[in-house]
Each structure stands twice: as structure tokens, then as C-alpha cells.
Design a protein around this ligand. Structure first.
Ligand code: ATP
Ligand code: MG
Length: 571
């Protein structure tokens, strides 16, 4: 996945990547040539006292070092640029993907996880790329090159390498098989911690109100110590592995010096011995760098998996390839034999629903908590697709229309939500060219003009600087500005007192004119004036008609009405 993800983005940066690789090869080759030159200085300059040769070769070494530094700097710069560009592109695509997601996809991933995926996870992948471009290309070249160069210095001493290399391979093997899974676990537990933290922060007031700090502290402590445990195991393994590598290499060094002394007696040049030792150090360095990679790659692998999962999710709600057009004029929305079941749920939330919402009529849906009202409402702007049956606009099933069909509906959601900005920017959300007068009219109808004095008044994220009732009225005004074919109020009058509720409904009829209205409510007073009242019980329609007709024929409706009447009369 890591490779698939990075390949997807690196393709666009082919030339810089090749340049980085070449520069890295050049820089490693330069590093590998230095010990040999050094050996020559010792053998041919120092031993024979040829100062001129020492200066000359020293000069060459200096020049090579300069080239090496230059290559390293340039490739690091280019590498960083590529890695950051890849990060930017991946974030852009994740964002675009999430924008296409419907309710179901978002709840499948959960919003906090989507945030972590598009920030932290991409960051980890970016980090591996950066490391790859700056040091990782060098590792294999340095390792193989170091061995070859060392062998060229003295074949007999190379037996030491033959003994050492399998040992190093063993250590690297352990590192890759053991550290990988452990880092996967670290990442999972980190996720766990951020989940607890996020929930804690967003629910902090509730936690205080219910005095749950103790339980919360324990929940966090569990997640926290889970992370500590696995991190400790990682630390322990590393604390063993790094010194092990060091021990192996240092023993090799001792071996080289010991056998080297005998070899020098037998006629080997002293410089070659130094060169051999230098190459041993380079081999050591490359093994250490390789192990660093084992530390970060598994983590980035997990992250890449998570990012790809988002990128590969095709939203269940998408526009068709051949789009049918709605006829001109007001559209009639209808539910035909609609059933709906949430993925993974055991029961249908809606069963065989038939409702028609023609222009100029008001339809109401009443039913107890959990009877499926919000689910029904979400089907109309195609926020959800039914599992059976069809939702149609002017007789055309919504999946055959472009997603712009949503412009024909205006939804006041049950949970009032405003965006950071001003009152005006919020009201113009769906209708950017609405005039100030139109905004004021919508505010008046929504009974919001009494607390809004300035269209440019600030709105904080989520609308937090307004009360629940004020927020609800502003979301009503926002929907009204659209003058849509179908305006849906999902329990939008619940936070209003009876008098305001009545005034609002009175003004609504005139304002929306020939548009259809769907009101979801729990209060009989709110819905009794509707042309058709649909009574929902356990996802099924158990009655439908006017208030008077239902009072005669529908026991569920009578029950609701009676329970509320007594409650009101008693009050
Ligand atoms: N995202 C979801 N995943 C699974 N089940 C869900 C989901 N949303 C709602 N449900 C289930 O669907 C049923 C109907 O929920 P819905 O929100 O439509 O009820 P409602 O009539 O609007 O209730 P209320 O009056 O409280 O707003 C509930 O039993 C609920 O458990
Ligand atoms: Mg609801």
C-alpha cells in the first residue's frame, strides 16, 4: 500500500526523483572512494615521505568531499520538495474524496478518524519519502560498495566480513520481523488514545455534569498504559538490537586489527588496513540507517493503508453517467414503496413508505422517537438512498438525476448547525446572490428578526454564540432563502414556544407559495393544520389524512393527541 500510494503521486515528479537517485549514487560513490585515496596517501606518500603526493592526493580528496557535500545538499533539497508535494497532493485528494462521501461513508470512518487520516497519516508517509530521498538510496549502495571496496583492499581480511555479514543480516531480519508488527500496534494504540481524547474534549461538559471524571480518567489511563506497554517493548527490542549491531561491528574491527597486524607483517600495506577499517565503519553506518528505516516504514505502511482506504472508497451516492432532466416548473417529490435499512442493522428503519409531496401542499409527519422520521427526511435530498423502492422527483427516480436535484429541496436539519462567518454568509449558503432584503424577509418569516439586528453579526463555528432556539430559527431562515420546490423541517419547531411556533407557521404559507412543505414534528399543535398528516410508528405508516379524519380512524394518532392535550391542560 505504501508503494501503491507513493507511486500514485511520485509519477508526476519522475525527473526530480531520477535526479535525486543519481545525486545520491554520486554522493555515495564519492564517500566510498575516500578511504582508498586515504590508503594511497599513507602507502605512497607517508611511508615514502613524498610530500608532493600527499598534497596532490589530499587536494583530490578535498575536491571529492566538496562534490559529495554538494550532491547531498541538492538531493536533500529536491527530496524534501518531492516529499512535501506528494503530501500536499495526497491531502488534496483525500479532501476531495471526503467531499463526495455521503452520511453512510462518513459514519463508517467516523469524523475524527478522517481527520487523523488526512493529517497525521499523510505526514508519516511524507516522512518516509523524505528519509528515502535523503538517506535510504545510499544504504544498499554503501553496504554492497563497502563490502566490495573492502575486499579489493585485501582478500584475506575479507574473511572477517564473511563472518560478520550473516550476523548483521540476522539482526536486521529480527528487526524487520519483530519491529514491524510492534509499530503497527503502536499506531493502533495511538489512534485509541486520540479517540478517547477527542470524545473527552467534545463531551467535556457532559462528563462534568455527570461527574464522570473518575471513569474518564480510568478510560484514558487504560489507553495510555496500553501505548506505554507496546512502546516499552519497542524500546527494549531497540535497546538490544542497536548495541548488538555495534558489538558485531566492533568485534569485526578487533578481528581486522588483529589479523591485519599479521597481514602487514606478511607484506600488506598499512594504508590498506586503515582503508579496510574505514569501509567497515561505512558498512556499519549503512546497517544502522537500514534499521532506522525498519522503525519508520511499518508505521508509514499502516498510515498508507488508512489513507488508501479513504481514497478507494467510492461513495454509494453518485450521479449517473447519463443524466435525465427535470421538467420545468415545481417538482413533485414522492416516496414509492420505500424501505430503508442501515448497513449492518438487523431491521428496516422504514418499511413500505408511500408519500407524495405536491406543490402548494403541506404534509406533516408525526411519530414517536426513533420511528424513522429523520431517516425518511434524509431520503428526499438524497442524503441516503433507499434499500428498496424509489424516491422520485416529478416521477423520475433521484439516482437518474444529477446531484444538483438537491437544489430543489431545502432541509432544516434536526441538529441546527451554522458555519463560522456572519449571519449573511450563513443565510446565503445555498443562494449566493440573494439580496439583503430577501435575507431580512426570510429572517422575519423565521421569527429571527427579533434577535438579529445586523446581517454582518459574527457567527462562531457551529453557531456556538447563539442559543439552541436562535440557532434553529437561523437554520430555518437559511432554508427559506432558497425558496425550494420542497422545504423540509425536521423537528425544527421544537425549541420554539407555542406562540412563536404559531406565528412562524402562519407566515410560512404565504412565503413559500406554491412550494411543497414537509413538517416533521412531535407536537400536535405544530402539525394539525397540515393538508395531510402521516403517522409513523416503528418505520411504518399507520395512518394518513387530515387531523379530523385521523382523529376518527387512527388509534395511534388519537393516543398522541390525547396524551398531549392532557399534558397541556394540566399545565
Ligand atoms: N446512522 C445510523 N446507523 C444505524 N442506525 C441508525 C442510524 N441513524 C438512525 N438509526 C436508527 O434508525 C431508527 C430511526 O432513527 P431516526 O433518526 O429516523 O428517528 P426519528 O424518528 O427521527 O427520531 P427522533 O424523533 O428522536 O428524531 C432509530 O432506531 C435509530 O436507532
Ligand atoms: Mg429525528
Amino acid at each position: 500500500m505504501l508503494i501503491r500510494l507513493t507511486w500514485r503521486y511520485i509519477r508526476d515528479h519522475r525527473w526530480p526523483v531520477i535526479a535525486v537517485a543519481l545525486l545520491q549514487v554520486l554522493s555515495t560513490a564519492a564517500a566510498l572512494s575516500l578511504p582508498t585515496l586515504n590508503a594511497q596517501i599513507i602507502d605512497e606518500g607517508v611511508v615514502s615521505g613524498d610530500i608532493g603526493y600527499i598534497w596532490q592526493t589530499g587536494g583530490i580528496m578535498l575536491a571529492i568531499s566538496a562534490v559529495q557535500v554538494l550532491c547531498a545538499i541538492t538531493s536533500a533539497y529536491l527530496g524534501a520538495r518531492i516529499a512535501m508535494a506528494v503530501g500536499r497532493d495526497a491531502r488534496r485528494d483525500v479532501f476531495a474524496s471526503v467531499q463526495q462521501f455521503g452520511t453512510l461513508e462518513v459514519s463508517r470512518f467516523s469524523p475524527p478518524s478522517l481527520i487523523t487520516r488526512s493529517t497525521n497519516d499523510i505526514q508519516q508517509v511524507q516522512m518516509v519519502l523524505l528519509m528515502t530521498f535523503t538517506i535510504m538510496v545510499q544504504v544498499p549502495i554503501m553496504l554492497v560498495g563497502g563490502v566490495v571496496m573492502a575486499m579489493r583492499q585485501d582478500t584475506q581480511l575479507s574473511w572477517v566480513l564473511v563472518a560478520v555479514i550473516p550476523l548483521l543480516a540476522l539482526v536486521m531480519g529480527i528487526a524487520s520481523t519483530r519491529l514491524g508488527p510492534l509499530f503497527r500496534k503502536v499506531q493502533e494504540r495511538l489512534d485509541g488514545i486520540s479517540k478517547v481524547l477527542r470524545e473527552h474534549l467534545s463531551g467535556v461538559r457532559i462528563i462534568r455534569a455527570f461527574v464522570m471524571q473518575g471513569a474518564e480518567r480510568e478510560r484514558y489511563a487504560t489507553a495510555n498504559s496500553g501505548l506505554k506497554d507496546v512502546s516499552l517493548r519497542v524500546g527494549l527490542l531497540m535497546a538490544l538490537l542497536f548495541p548488538a549491531v555495534q558489538l558485531i561491528v566492533m568485534s569485526a574491527q578487533v578481528g581486522v586489527i588483529y589479523f591485519g597486524a599479521h597481514r602487514v607483517e606478511a607484506g600488506m600495506e598499512v594504508g590498506s588496513l586503515f582503508a579496510f577499517l574505514n569501509y567497515l565503519m561505512q558498512i556499519f553506518m549503512s546497517v544502522m540507517m537500514g534499521m532506522m528505516m525498519f522503525m519508520i516504514v511499518p508505521r508509514a505502511e499502516v498510515c498508507a493503508d488508512r489513507v488508501m482506504e479513504v481514497l478507494n472508497t467510492t461513495p454509494s451516492i453518485a450521479a449517473p453517467t447519463t443524466v435525465r432532466e427535470l421538467p420545468p416548473g415545481r417538482a413533485t417529490f414522492a416516496l414509492n414503496d420505500v424501505s430503508f435499512r442501515f448497513p449492518g442493522a438487523e431491521r428496516d428503519v422504514l418499511i413500505g413508505i408511500n408519500v407524495e409531496l405536491s406543490p402548494g401542499t403541506t404534509t406533516a409527519v408525526i411519530g414517536s422517537t426513533g420511528s424513522g422520521k429523520t431517516t425518511l427526511v434524509n431520503l428526499l435530498p438524497r442524503l441516503l438512498d433507499p434499500t428498496a423502492g424509489a424516491v422520485t422527483a416529478s416521477g423520475i427516480p433521484l439516482p437518474k438525476l444529477s446531484l444538483d436535484v438537491r437544489e430543489r429541496t431545502a432541509l432544516v436539519p434536526q441538529k441546527a448547525f451554522l458555519f463560522a462567518g456572519t449571519i449573511a454568509t450563513n443565510l446565503r449558503l445555498g443562494t449566493p446572490d440573494a439580496s439583503d432584503d430577501e435575507l431580512w424577509e426570510a429572517l422575519r418569516v423565521a421569527q429571527a428578526s427579533e434577535f438579529v439586528t445586523d446581517l454582518d453579526a459574527r457567527v462562531e463555528a457551529g453557531g456556538k454564540n447563539f442559543s439552541g432556539g436562535q440557532r434553529q430559527r437561523l437554520t430555518i431562515a437559511r432554508a427559506l432563502v432558497r425558496r425550494a420546490d420542497l422545504t423540509i423541517f425536521d423537528d425544527s419547531f421544537s425549541a420554539l414556544d407555542y406562540a412563536t411556533d404559531a406565528r412562524l407557521r402562519g407566515a410560512l404559507g404565504d412565503y413559500l407559495g406554491d412550494g411543497a412543505v414537509l413538517i416533521v414534528g412531535q407536537r400536535v399543535a405544530t402539525i394539525r393544520g397540515a393538508d395531510t398528516i402521516v403517522v409513523l410508528d416503528g418505520g411504518q405508516i399507520v395512518g394518513s389524512g387530515t387531523h379530523e379524519a385521523l382523529m376518527e380512524s387512527c388509534p395511534t394518532y388519537q393516543e398522541i393527541v390525547l396524551s398531549q392535550l392532557t399534558a397541556e391542560e394540566a399545565a
